[in-house]
Design a protein around this ligand. Structure first.
Ligand code: BGC
Length: 662
């Protein structure tokens, strides 16, 4: 199927560059099929006749990222795409890969990580999953959109190196999956709106990263259609009555040419063609129950066991009180989180699920049927009052998040903190389950409780997944995709924000663990941290040199416990001596390995030139500087198990003089 530009009048072409309505593309007077675009990352949110249709709520991207597992990201994308087919959505407006620069960002639950490699790798797999079904994906929000307050008017001001090393690589990696569309962000980047930013859209996205598809605006992110066209933005969404006039005026006054309009219309035609040609792939046979099962299976691997003193988990016996305190949120999960857990954040990513979770104490009890001396689970509305009489207390707490607003604290509400502290006064076996979209400051109570399970926003499988972990039916294997700082003041940005028109990214490349490690700051839980009921040992690091900048790093991971489990191993690289300030170390690879009790496996991760390079704005390229690099293999960013060293010696003619002897 091929559409010819010549079929369309100028008027039709101008109209094609904005939507037909809020969600659909225009048909050019019936000459083209209209495409339906639908949110969002955690399940399809198809709007029809003023309401949202029901769909399966999958783990939020921030929870999914705790699995560090591209196969699960693929499965999530595939499952959501299946429902897009059933609900007749053509493009899914997901995933988002913006970097978690501050835990206060109200949209962190929709993003993968503070680390671009982890975010990009998972987004790539997610897109592949979506598009394997003939549904288009939309990589968003390009670029440097890292907070919600004033997101439509504030300029993110950053230097070139920071952009290249932190804020663009997740897009660059995810683009390998060839998403049908990319969405520009609301904010300005260095003074020019992303939607009008030619350097960003045409320069970086198309010319450098090779993106060949359609660039759509975020909803109402275009301020002037002619400027957007100039920057190579194709589709202004939703329908905007100004679009036609601005384009017409742009043509009449010579700002833009008809050839420039045609180039943008071509992209829309190509998108329609992709959709039409994908028809044969769009077969979906599923039941609600099957997709719910997938949601549970994924959620299980996203749970992170942060703390487990005296092996209190899994719960084995005794009287167990399960409860919460009324948490005030207008999202699903309002009230008692042990009855209805918080499963997602608010805004365009809110999925309307029909699934009705069962109370956690019931889910737990079911997992011990037939077990002799099984624990006795009871829900308690006044859980603190029961603390004395119970052997163990499980408390479900959390923080809500929503698009359009940043958080003003990362601490739990005063009521929730008091509940934990008061319960811990009367019971030494307190287990806390936390539902949140990003890092939580637990300093006020972490030392008073035995175990902390970080559920995140797990989607509709939350209750079953958490019950599986608490009961030991499943072995936790998630690890944090972001650092949990001791408090917000310890983060690179603290409480500071932009001044309403400008936000300075003064911390540069030192984002997330790059900041805490370089500044040698203590943290609550480091990036990459997560416990298991198994125990793993690392040994036999081997670094094979393939070329001056290509290496194969391999090591053995052994499950030295009697429980089957999965271990996420992380590979970090440290530039020992550099002419520019570099982070203390950076993640350059990772692998998740399933290991039966007693089993060991060889794990192999490759490194290439980019693993050692920094971006030099002076040279306008990625540059590998000769010298020593340390290679760390760890169970987390602060639990390094094996270390080795390599020397890179590229030909001197490719190098620049170094102020220190190398
Ligand atoms: C969000 C996008 C979303 C769009 C359509 C915007 O407010 O930023 O992520 O896809 O709305 O709902």
């Amino acid at each position: 199927m091929k559409y010819d530009l010549k079929q369309f009048t100028l008027e039709e072409k101008l109209n094609l560059l904005t939507g037909k309505n809020f969600w659909q593309t225009d048909s050019a007077n019936g000459k083209l099929p209209e495409l339906f675009l639908s949110d969002g990352p955690h399940g399809v949110r198809k709007r029809a006749n003023g309401e949202t249709l029901a769909a399966t709520a999958m783990p939020s991207l921030s929870a999914l990222a705790n699995s560090w597992d591209p196969e699960l990201a693929y499965a999530s994308g595939e499952t959501i795409a299946d429902e897009c087919i059933a609900l007749e959505a053509d493009v899914l407006l997901a995933p988002g890969v913006n970097i978690k620069r501050t835990p206060l960002c109200g949209r962190n639950f929709e993003y993968f990580s503070e680390d671009p490699l982890l975010a990009g790798t998972l987004a790539k797999a997610y897109i592949e999953g979506v598009q394997s079904k003939g549904v288009g994906a939309c990589l968003k929000h390009f670029a440097v959109n890292n907070r919600e307050s004033r997101r439509t008017v504030q300029s993110s001001e950053l230097d070139e190196r920071t952009f290249r090393e932190i804020y663009s690589p997740a897009f660059e990696i995810a683009l390998q999956a060839e998403p049908w569309t990319v969405m520009c962000s609301y904010n300005l980047v260095n003074g020019v709106w992303a939607s009008e930013n030619e350097k960003l859209l045409r320069g970086v996205l198309r010319d450098e990263f090779g993106f060949n598809g359609l660039i759509v605006s975020d909803w109402r992110a275009v301020n002037h259609s002619a400027r957007a066209v100039k920057a190579s933005l194709d589709l202004r969404m939703p329908f905007d009555a100004h679009a036609y006039n601005e384009l017409k005026q742009g043509l009449d006054e010579g700002w833009i040419t008809e050839a420039e309009i045609d180039a943008r219309v071509e992209k829309l035609l190509e998108l329609v063609e992709k959709r039409v040609n994908a028809e044969k792939k769009r077969k979906s046979v599923y039941t609600k129950e099957q997709n719910h099962e997938t949601a549970v299976r994924l959620a299980r691997e996203c749970v992170v066991l942060l703390k487990n003193e005296d092996g209190i988990l899994p719960i084995r016996k005794g009287n167990v009180a399960v409860g919460s305190i009324f948490a005030l949120t207008d999202l699903p999960g309002r009230g008692d989180f042990s009855i209805v857990p918080a499963i997602g954040g608010g805004g365009s990513a809110l999925v309307r699920t029909d699934y009705k979770p069962r109370p956690l104490h019931q889910e737990l009890a079911e997992r011990y049927i037939g077990v002799s001396d099984a624990p006795n689970f009871q829900h308690s509305y006044f859980v603190f009052g029961e603390a004395y009489a119970s052997d163990t207390v499980v408390l479900c707490v959390g923080l809500s998040e929503r698009e359009g607003y940043d958080l003003d604290t990362i601490r739990l509400s005063r009521e929730q903190e008091e509940l934990i502290l008061n319960t811990a006064k009367y019971n030494e076996n307190v287990v806390v389950v936390v539902y949140a979209g990003s890092a939580v400051d637990m300093s006020a109570w972490i030392d008073k409780v035995k175990a902390v399970v970080f559920a995140g926003f797990l989607g509709e499988g939350a209750q079953e997944a958490v019950a599986d972990i608490l009961s030991g039916k499943a072995n936790p294997c998630g690890k944090l995709n972001e650092t949990f700082p001791l408090c917000i003041e310890d983060t690179p940005t603290g409480y500071t924000q932009g001044n309403g028109s400008v936000e300075l990214y003064t911390e540069g490349v030192l984002v997330g663990y790059r900041w805490y490690d370089t500044k040698e700051k203590e943290v609550l839980f480091p990036f990459g941290h997560g416990l298991s009921y198994s125990e793993f040992e690392y040994s036999d690091l081997q670094i094979d040199k393939k070329s001056e900048t290509d290496y194969e790093v391999s090591f053995t991971v052994k499950n030295v416990s009697n429980v089957d489990g999965k271990e996420i191993s992380q590979l970090y690289v440290r530039d020992v001596l550099s002419t520019v300030e570099r982070p203390q170390k950076e993640l350059k690879g990772f692998a998740k390995t399933a290991l039966k009790a007693g089993e060991s496996k060889r794990v192999s991760i490759s490194l290439n030139a980019r693993s050692f390079a920094f971006y030099s704005p002076v040279l306008d390229k990625w540059y590998v500087e000769n010298g020593a690099f340390e290679i760390y293999v760890g169970a987390s960013s602060r639990d390094i198990r094996l270390a080795g060293k390599i020397e890179i010696a590229l030909p001197q003619k490719e190098q620049y003089s170094h102020p220190f002897e190398l």
